[in-house]
Design a protein around this ligand. Structure first.
Ligand code: NAP
Length: 283
């Protein structure tokens, strides 16, 4: 049996466990600081057993799927304990901090810094499902620092999850992801906050939510425990993307104030090309 240890049994760790468990020659051991989540993971059949951190010492694969502020410490603790053949990877949404933290670790070659670009607005083991990663992208940072054999093993595993892997340096990863993912979450949270503040009547929000509001505010249902550490860890890039976003909002507001219909129209028409870009991605 191939022993797989999953640390953090929420949406991402739980979905990976469920998917990898389909291969019956694997035994999945789960670890989670939240004892309710550990129990749910057992009840839902996500893992075979709950274990302690020391269980990684004879594991074939260790997956670190905890919030990004906890990943660097957990990564070091795991690398300290594993054998020479163990593959360890994290799934964190910010990559520079963890790569920097483990750069001089004697077992750096056992580690793959990954980010599966897949998720929903839900969290915890109950949100986990098989197929979350299907046809999604996966980013691997600093592949040259992983032992080639273990990198190959990791790529095969992501392929098994039906993901398409791309390589990117951590700095570039964190810069781009701030715009396409982190900013979207802030924008959705702040839209939700604004509507909650100006519209005290929950029934009115509910009645009118069938419009674009529901889809635009979907990400505001996401877990603060997962997202607050991401915004803090990717602070420089997040602030830069926010400044540009606020500048665009101010400009758009001015055009409406000045009744510059042509400009309002032009900006929206130019932005419509996002449709073609996203259609390309979904193919
Ligand atoms: P989640 O559903 O909240 O699950 C994380 C689990 O880890 C929770 O049960 C949490 O317990 C537990 N935990 C926290 N610190 C721990 C520690 N030190 N040791 C063991 N368990 C710990 O989060 P998720 O959405 O799966 O995200 C996990 C990782 O995946 C994050 O690094 C995130 O950046 C990355 N990621 C997320 C998405 C997404 O869309 N959700 C997409 C790609 C990558 P508590 O609930 O008590 O904190």
């Amino acid at each position: 049996m191939e022993k797989v240890v999953v640390i953090g049994l929420g949406l991402i760790g739980g979905s990976m466990a469920l998917s990898l468990k389909q291969n019956h020659s694997r035994k999945i051991i789960g670890i989670d600081l939240n004892s309710d989540h550990a129990q749910q993971a057992i009840n839902l059949g996500i893992v075979d057993k709950i274990g302690e951190l020391t269980t990684v010492s004879d594991a074939a694969i260790v997956i670190i799927a905890v919030p990004v502020d906890a990943i660097p410490d957990v990564a070091v603790a795991v690398l300290d304990l594993i054998g020479t053949e163990t593959l360890v990877f994290d799934v964190g949404s910010v990559k520079e901090r963890v790569c920097d933290r483990i750069k001089d670790h004697p077992k750096r070659g056992n580690f793959v810094a990954a980010h599966p670009i897949a998720g929903t607005e839900y969290s915890g083991p109950e949100a986990a499902f098989i197929g979350l990663f299907k046809k999604k992208r996966n980013m691997i940072c600093e592949p040259e620092k992983t032992h080639p054999k273990l990198l190959e093993k990791a790529c095969a595993l992501f392929e098994e999850l039906e993901m398409k892997t791309e390589m990117m340096c951590p700095l570039e990863h964190d810069k781009h992801i701030a715009y396409v993912s982190h900013l979207s979450h802030i924008s959705s949270f702040m839209l939700g906050k604004t509507v909650l503040e100006i519209e005290p009547n929950e029934a009115t929000i509910f009645a009118m939510a069938g419009s674009g509001f529901e889809s635009t505010v979907r990400l505001a249902k996401s877990s603060p425990a997962m997202w607050a550490p991401i915004f803090m860890q990717n602070k420089t890039n997040v602030l830069k993307s926010l400044e540009e976003y606020i500048r665009n909002l101010e400009t758009f507001k001015k055009h409406i104030e000045n009744h510059e219909k042509k400009e309002v129209f032009r900006i929206m028409e130019e932005t419509n090309r996002i449709k073609n870009i996203l259609n390309g991605i979904s193919k």
